[in-house]
Design a protein. Structure first.
Length: 479
């Protein structure tokens, strides 16, 4: 049977019984409760990938304090070891979507969990700078891959009415992972045991492998592979409507990587859509969020806060990130992706302008320095409640199913390259422009991002992936 025939006969059957269980019809209350419980379980297990992503990006800031003297590392080597995770993540993001198309989203996440386990243990036993850099690069492959495949898996596995909240759970788990890393570093700091700091990520990695082993792949992937009964059963368990699943599966006309490239080359609107997703990835990073996450202690110590106290700024930022992300999780489906992103970017710009003023007068003045830390926390609150969850969500919703692996991989690559650029050039920019000048530069970039989102990004809330794709095709088909 060819693909067109399969997709035009996706999952026939009576829609009212779709959420019934394998043992027959269930009552409405029981069925709804079972469906909600299943959807939450699926999202929570997959989002462990986000926790690992957050932990491994956050743990190095504290571990380096003990690794550097042991290996005699200079600033250049410290920067290299830290950035190699981002290099691996860029590669993992680029190819993770393609692997997920080939092997399935589920198996890709299982492989990613295994890489987290092996990479974390490799980091823990590294005996040289070169070995640690290689281990961090290997670990980065999993970080990049899960950053793309987890939102892809959740967005294809849950009904449209809760898709925003469930996909944003991944963003919440990222910041929970970062906070966990800061807390682990604080607890282990008296022992200087950096081996355990880096090796701890093996535990949630193993949980991800075991958890995903017992979950199915997504209805979209099953349908594109012609496994229509499995697609139907998986959709039924999640409470999806037949119309929703049929539209999504019907959009996935190409199965192979070559088909995705051909579709991209021959359809202008697909190229524009991937470009929009790519720029959404850059938008997440363009106001310098990871400069604050990575270097807040450094910035505070530069204006007179003691080193002992400056290290706690990471915990402050981590706690604010978790609380703000939880708020974003509750409102993203009510406010809408586009509107929430615009609010977040506007808040970022205002916060950065205020921060540039307070930080300029913070040196030698503890009160103003603490006020600057408070403004940094406000900036992080806007970022984590609005910008980060909506950008991950929009990337997973804008890219059409027919080029999903390739398109999301390209978008993920852009996000990680932007992340690397911010981490690599923030402190040199501070040296040239001053801290206040650098924050003003980020504010200007935020204004540019605000105009881009307002002009080009459609609202996707409450709409099926197919409906979003049709609007993008109507807007950008062209000749």
């Amino acid at each position: 049977m060819n693909e067109t025939t399969e997709s035009s006969h996706v999952l026939p059957g009576p829609e009212p019984t779709l959420a019934d269980g394998p043992d027959g019809p269930a009552g409405p209350v029981e069925r709804d409760a079972r469906t909600r419980r299943y959807v939450r379980t699926v999202a929570a297990i997959a989002a462990l990938g986000g926790l690992l992503f957050g932990y491994d990006t956050g743990v190095m800031s504290g571990a380096l304090l003990f690794i550097s003297p042991e290996f005699g590392m200079g600033p250049a080597e410290e920067g290299w070891v830290t950035s190699m995770l981002l290099v691996g993540a860029a590669v993992g993001a680029l190819f993770g979507g393609r692997v997920a198309d080939l092997l399935g989203r589920r198996l890709t996440l299982i492989i990613g969990g295994a890489i987290f386990v092996l990479g974390s243990l490799w980091c823990a036993v590294a005996g040289s700078v070169a070995m640690l850099g290689a281990a961090r690069t290997f670990l980065g492959l999993a970080v990049g891959a899960v950053s793309i495949v987890v939102p892809m898996y959740i967005s294809e596995q849950v009904p449209g009415e809760v898709r925003g909240k469930m996909v944003s759970l991944n963003t919440l788990m990222i910041v929970v992972g970062q906070l966990a890393a800061y807390l682990v570093n604080s607890v282990l700091a008296p022992t200087a045991n950096w081996h355990l700091m880096l090796g701890m990520a093996a535990v949630p990695g193993a949980v991800l492998v075991v958890g995903m082993w017992f979950l199915p792949d997504t209805p979209v992937w099953y349908a594109r592979r012609g496994q229509l009964e499995r697609a139907r059963a998986t959709a039924a368990r999640a409470g999806m409507s037949l119309a929703e699943l049929s539209a999504v599966a019907g959009a996935g006309q190409s199965r192979g990587g070559g088909g995705e490239w051909r579709a991209l080359k021959t359809n202008r609107w697909l190229r524009v859509t991937v470009l929009l997703a790519l720029l959404i990835g850059v938008t997440q990073q363009i106001t310098g969020v990871n400069a604050v996450i990575y270097f807040a202690p450094t910035m505070m110590s530069q204006v007179g806060i003691s080193t002992e106290n400056a290290v706690y700024t990471s915990i402050v930022i981590g706690v604010v990130s978790v609380l703000a992300c939880w708020v974003g999780l509750q409102i993203v489906d009510r406010i809408g992706r586009r509107r929430l992103l615009l609010i977040g970017l506007a808040g970022n710009v205002v916060s950065l302008i205020v921060l540039s003023v307070t930080y300029n007068f913070a040196e030698g003045n503890v009160s103003v320095a603490l006020l600057s830390l408070g403004v940094m926390a406000l900036f992080i609150a806007f970022q984590q409640a609005a910008v980060s969850p909506t950008t991950w969500l929009l990337i997973s919703e804008l890219v059409p199913v027919r080029i999903r692996g390739l398109g999301m991989g390209i978008a993920g690559l852009s996000l990680w390259v932007a992340n690397w650029a911010v981490a690599q050039f923030f402190l040199p920019l501070v040296a040239v422009l001053s801290g206040a000048g650098t924050f003003l530069l980020f504010a200007g970039l935020g204004l540019t991002a605000l105009g881009f989102v307002r002009t080009f990004i459609p609202e996707t809330s409450g709409r099926s992936l197919d409906e979003v794709g049709r609007e993008l095709e109507r807007r950008h088909a062209g000749h």
